[in-house]
Design a protein around this ligand. Structure first.
Ligand code: ATP
Ligand code: MG
Length: 427
């Protein structure tokens, strides 16, 4: 016998029981983003490798070791996108959406990174991302954070996530700070772990978010980024905090928050939870005023964020009552004898006409009453609708209550909508 082919490690199938939760999340996000006037942009999954190298930065984890890069049949180097911001900027520029304009955009879809698969970390994962362009002030930074806060409220997650905030300042401020940090760490080079030694040359700011407790201890007395901020960034940060205070959005300042990618400046933020173990960041973003120019466009201020769909679905499952998100049908429609079965398919259509949104499963495959009844029960349906000879003759239907202790009743078929309209699961 030949061996079964399995899915690639870290690339998951999302089965119907789970996909209802995904859809609930996606629908909620769509509704929230539309209420703020954000437009959806759909982007390709594959781009030229250079796009990511030039935007994310050569010495980041993503570009150094996580990209799925391959040559196509023309010998061009292509990459499965590891994130969405670069593609969004590329598309914005290509279609003239960025120059001298204001844009509020969002996208969703799979991203690919060659990481060690574990809970909350996969090789194909999904993000919902938001990118705004053309706005300089801290008000738009506040708005995108307000979008996320509203989302957590609507999803029932607001009490389980914390907003962490930092400012990276201007390029100059960051360069000054980098020099001071490198100085401090070089004096303690023998105490650095292997990763940090490597990063000391390539990307020293990344050492700040090392997960190693020894490194964290070593960093306790290191220079603090916020003390190196230029005047403009300082004011920007103060106004942002004031706006969040007014909006009643709580935050923690995390001076070690630097984000992994090269293109951020000024505001950076993450929403974190302690309910998921090590993979605690569910949403991350910030300002990236230099990226459009870096990719060949005119200087364009920009702010955005991306959230991890898998981690959010895990949170919904762990922390909220997601019972109502089921694939259980409302009705299981069955008929006795050949005529009964024919009529059952038609009755199922009638119910769908009369009760839009109801989930109606029609029995297929015949069989005796007992067998059909067992299928009805196994389906998880609330109600069985049963057609026998008498019901067909009288235009009625038998209703059996599968999940409550109640006697079977007979209803006129014309009364089905009226009788059930307030009895169905709200999806
Ligand atoms: P982490 O520190 O967890 O590796 P990151 O800084 O690499 O995250 P971003 O590139 O900012 O993450 O992506 C934004 C969000 O996408 C993350 O906060 C997380 O929720 C999600 N995410 C990132 N990588 C993965 C992955 N491999 N699997 C699942 N979700 C992910
Ligand atoms: Mg990562």
């Amino acid at each position: 016998m030949s061996k079964n082919i399995q899915a690639i490690r870290g690339m998951n199938d999302i089965l119907p029981q789970q996909s209802v939760k995904w859809r609930y999340l996606e629908d909620t996000v769509r509704a929230v983003l539309s209420s703020y006037g954000y437009g959806e942009i759909r982007l390709p999954i594959v781009e030229y490798t250079d796009l990511f190298k030039r935007s994310i930065g050569e010495v980041t984890d993503i570009v150094e070791k996580e990209m799925y890069t391959f040559e196509d049949r023309n010998g061009e180097s292509l990459t499965l996108r590891p994130e969405g911001t670069a593609s969004c900027v590329r598309a914005g520029q290509e279609h003239g959406l960025l120059y001298n304009q204001i844009q509020r955009l969002w996208y969703t879809g799979p991203m690919f990174r060659y990481e060690k698969p574990q809970k909350g970390r996969y090789r194909q994962f999904h993000q919902i991302g938001v990118e705004t362009f053309g706005m300089n002030g801290p008000d738009i930074d506040a708005e995108v954070i307000m979008v996320t806060a509203r989302l957590w409220r609507d999803l029932g997650l607001i009490d389980h996530v914390t907003l962490q905030l930092n400012s990276l300042g201007s390029n100059q401020a960051r360069a000054d700070y980098k020099a001071a940090l490198v100085n401090y760490l070089t004096e303690r080079k023998d105490q650095l772990d292997e990763d940090s030694q490597r990063r000391l040359d390539s990307n020293p700011l990344r050492i700040l978010d090392s997960k190693n407790p020894d490194m964290q201890a070593l960093l306790a007395d290191a220079p603090v980024l916020l003390e190196y901020l230029d005047e403009e960034s300082k004011q920007h940060f103060e106004s942002l905090k004031a706006q969040l205070d007014l909006a009643g959005i709580a935050y923690e300042i995390n001076p070690r928050l630097v984000r992994g990618l090269d293109y951020y400046c000024k505001t950076v933020f993450e929403w974190v939870t302690d309910a998921l173990g090590a993979q605690g960041t569910v949403c991350a973003g910030g300002r990236y005023d230099g990226l459009v120019e870096q990719l060949g466009g005119k200087t364009t201020p920009a702010v955005g964020f991306a959230m991890g769909v898998e981690r959010l679905v895990l949170l919904l499952e762990t922390l909220t009552d997601s019972e109502h998100l089921t694939t259980n049908p409302d009705f299981y429609v069955m008929g006795m004898g050949e005529a009964g079965q024919q009529q059952a398919l038609l009755l199922a259509e009638k119910v769908r006409d009369q009760l839009p949104g109801a989930m109606v499963l029609a029995h297929c495959g015949g069989g005796k009453f007992k067998k059909q009844m067992k299928k009805a029960d196994d389906s998880g349906a609330q109600f069985a609708l049963i057609l026998g000879e008498d019901e067909i003759a009288a235009n009625t239907v038998g209703v059996k209550f599968l999940r409550e202790d109640a006697e079977q009743i007979t209803l006129a078929q014309a009364d089905i909508a009226e009788y059930f309209k307030d009895r169905l699961t709200v999806r």
